[in-house]
Every structure is written in C-alpha cells, then in structure tokens.
Design a binder for this molecule. Structure first.
Ligand SMILES: C[S@@+](CC[C@H](N)C(=O)[O-])C[C@H]1O[C@@H](n2cnc3c(N)ncnc32)[C@H](O)[C@@H]1O
Length: 369
C-alpha cells in the first residue's frame, strides 16, 4: 500500500461545503467535495488526525487498495493475493460490506461478499463476524473493486463524554456544522434558549477552548495493523486553552438543564458554560458582547401540536427582537412556516439536511436591529 492514499470523510448530505472548509483549514491535502462527503489524501497519521480533530465529519474511510474483476472467480483469486496483513489483523474479527452497481459484471453483492470473506479467513486467518468492530467495505463500480476500511467505528458524533441525552438531541457533528455555517470561529458568545442536553453550547465552548472532539473516545483504527500507540498518544494529548464564560444554555425542563451541566463537566468546559432553568419568555440578555443565538425548538410531527408550536416560535422571536439587538440568530427547524412565525427576517434559508427521518434547515438572520 502506498504511503499516501485516498481518505474519504463522510458528512450528512447538504453540509459537504462546511466539511470542505474545515478540512482545508486543518491542512489536509487535496480536499475535494464528493457526494456525501469530502476526499483528501494522506497517510495513516492523517487518518488518525481526521478522526481526532474534525468536528463535522461523521466517519473516516481509508482506501486500502483496488483491482479490476469481471467475474467472481477473478474476485476470489485477486482477493486471495491482496496484502490484507498490511492493514488488518488476524486477532480482530472483521465484517465485510459490499455494494455493486449495474455497470459491473459482478452484480450479486452477496456472492462477492462471500468470496472476500473466505479469502480473508483463509489467507489472513481472521474471524468473520457480523458484529465485528472492524468493517471492510468493497465497492464494485464499473468492474473496479475498491477496498476501504472504516477507521472510525462508532459514528464521530459520539464524542465519548456525553452520558446523558434528552429526547431529541442534535447530533454533535451537525451542531458544529450549523455553528460553522453561521461563521462561528470560537471567539463569539453563544446562547441556546432551548438547549436540551446542551449540544450547541458544548460544541461551541469546545471549539473556543481548542479541545479535540475525539479526545475522550476510542476508534476502530486502534485495532488495525497500521496503528502506532506511541505516535497516537502524542497526537491526542494536545493542550487546550481556557475558554471565557460566554456559553449560555437554558431550557424550561429542569432535567435537561441538569443533563447539560453534567455533560459540560464531563467534557471539562463547565467553567465556560452557564445553564439555567426557565421558559424562553423569561430569557435575559447576558452581560457580554453580542454573539450568536442558535436554537432548534421542538418541531413535532403531529398536526395537533402545530398551533402550540406557532405560539412558541412567536414567543421566541418576540423575546429575541426585544432583548437581543446586535446578536445574530440561527433557527434550525423542519418547517419554513414555523421559522417565519418568529417574525425574524432571515438572510438565508439553508439546504435541507436529513436528521432522524426529517429534513432540517438553518434559518439565519443578520444582526438583529
Ligand atoms: C429539539 S429539543 C432541543 C435539543 C437540543 N438542541 C439538544 O441537542 O439536546 C427542544 C427543547 O426545547 C425545550 N422547550 C420547549 N418549549 C420551551 C419553552 N417554552 N422554553 C424553553 N424551552 C423549551 C424542550 O424542553 C426541549 O429540550
């Protein structure tokens, strides 16, 4: 395998440009947008760095090799010759996933999977298991067989220091994506008046403190043959800086506020955050320079709830217009009608992003008058 290879970073469709900007800013080589993500090039160190440092990517795949195969016997033969031991280990079970398309002569994904599994079992000696942590992906496109390893394991939105979540938490990767879309760079104050488990506030405070998003979790790449524990240890122990107390969350649900507080403590940023219980109608402007209000109010799919929701969005807009002059606002919701019920003037309505079976969008204002 070459020292440098293609790395694929996935993200929720619609946020590729945000990931591209993050990848460029972090200095990854040759980043380019591709459907569902961004590709770049690098070595195994760059794979670890991508998993550890990128806030908006959901997964990091390493492209470990390719060959052409026009029928199953050829796939079988070439898979047996593939240098699996360069990347995979015989002592960790492996799961194989195959996708193929109509442009390829091998069209039966199940049969292709069986050939690759048998080759790995018989040449490398690794166990094949449907629950394995290590996932090898084969994509057959136009008779080209491309092998990638999922180096992440559990999705990157699981930062590893949040134990408590409420009913409808925003995924951390999306929360950071929306913050970056609003031009957040770690220096501005951030406030979420319906903070739930505190995702926006935690992500914003961590960005400000330059904390690495993957610092508290493990990754699938730790179980690959290419892993070097000493280099990794050095890479992940980067010092953080102190963030100012300018990250404010509130929610009418006391349990949610307690959760947010606990999550901030586990993440090591509780000195920079303040969580309070209270309805949005009681919201007060914090004593700091104007920053960003970012919020995803409830959007309930049930029709009966709609009327109440219009009232809630209206109350939110009224409070923001009355008390948050100079702040910018981002509202994440499924329904343009609900967003407009705030009475706020939006300068942009973002692309629809799939989230939990619904499509959500960021409605963004300029500075409030
Ligand atoms: C979709 S959730 C927000 C999830 C949050 N972004 C997270 O990542 O966990 C909506 C939140 O709005 C809160 N909420 C609903 N009505 C409210 C009100 N009138 N005032 C304050 N909070 C309210 C709910 O308690 C709930 O936690």
């Amino acid at each position: 395998m070459d020292t440098n290879f293609e790395i694929f970073l996935s993200i929720a469709p619609g946020l590729e440009a945000v990931l591209l900007a993050e990848t460029q800013a972090a200095g990854f080589e040759n980043p380019k947008i591709t459907p569902g993500g961004v590709t770049c090039t690098g070595d195994w160190g760059e794979v670890w760095r991508a998993n550890l440092t990128l806030r908006t990517a959901t997964r990091v795949l390493a492209r470990i090799g390719e060959f052409r195969a026009f029928h199953l016997a050829q796939l079988d033969k070439r898979s047996r010759k593939f240098p699996w031991a360069d990347v995979l280990r015989a002592d960790h079970p492996i799961r194989v996933e195959v996708s193929t398309n109509k442009k390829s002569k091998i069209y039966h994904a199940g049969a292709a999977k069986q050939r690759v599994e048998t080759a790995i079992k018989e040449t490398l000696g690794a166990e094949i298991s449907a629950d394995a942590d290590i996932c090898l992906k084969l994509r057959i496109d136009d008779n080209n067989c491309v092998f990638s390893v999922d180096t992440t394991g559990e999705s990157l939105h699981k930062r590893g220091h949040k134990v408590a979540v409420n009913k409808a938490p925003m995924r951390e990767t999306l929360a950071s994506g929306f913050l970056y879309e609003m031009g957040y760079d770690g220096s501005q104050a951030v406030l979420d008046p319906m903070c739930g488990s505190g995702t926006f506030i935690l992500e914003a405070a961590e960005i400000s403190a330059k904390l690495l998003p993957g610092r508290s979790r493990s990754f699938a790449f730790e179980k690959l043959a290419t892993f070097d524990a000493n280099v990794w240890q050095k890479m992940r122990s980067q010092p953080a800086s102190q963030a100012q107390l300018q990250f404010f969350g509130s929610d009418r649900d006391q349990g949610a506020v307690r959760m947010s507080q606990q999550n901030a403590e586990r993440a090591g940023i509780s000195d920079a955050t303040l969580f309070q219980t209270g309805p949005v109608s009681d919201l007060q402007r914090p004593d700091c320079a104007p920053g960003i209000v970012i919020v995803n109010p409830p959007y309930g799919a049930r029709i009966g709830n709609k009327k109440l929701l219009f009232g809630l969005y209206g109350a939110l807009g009224k409070v923001l217009l009355e008390r948050f002059s100079g702040w910018r606002v981002g509202i994440i919701t499924t329904d343009a009608g609900l967003a407009r019920a705030t009475g706020l003037k939006f300068k942009s309505e973002g692309k629809p992003i799939p989230n939990g079976g619904l499509k959500i969008r960021l409605f963004e204002t300029g500075k409030l008058p």
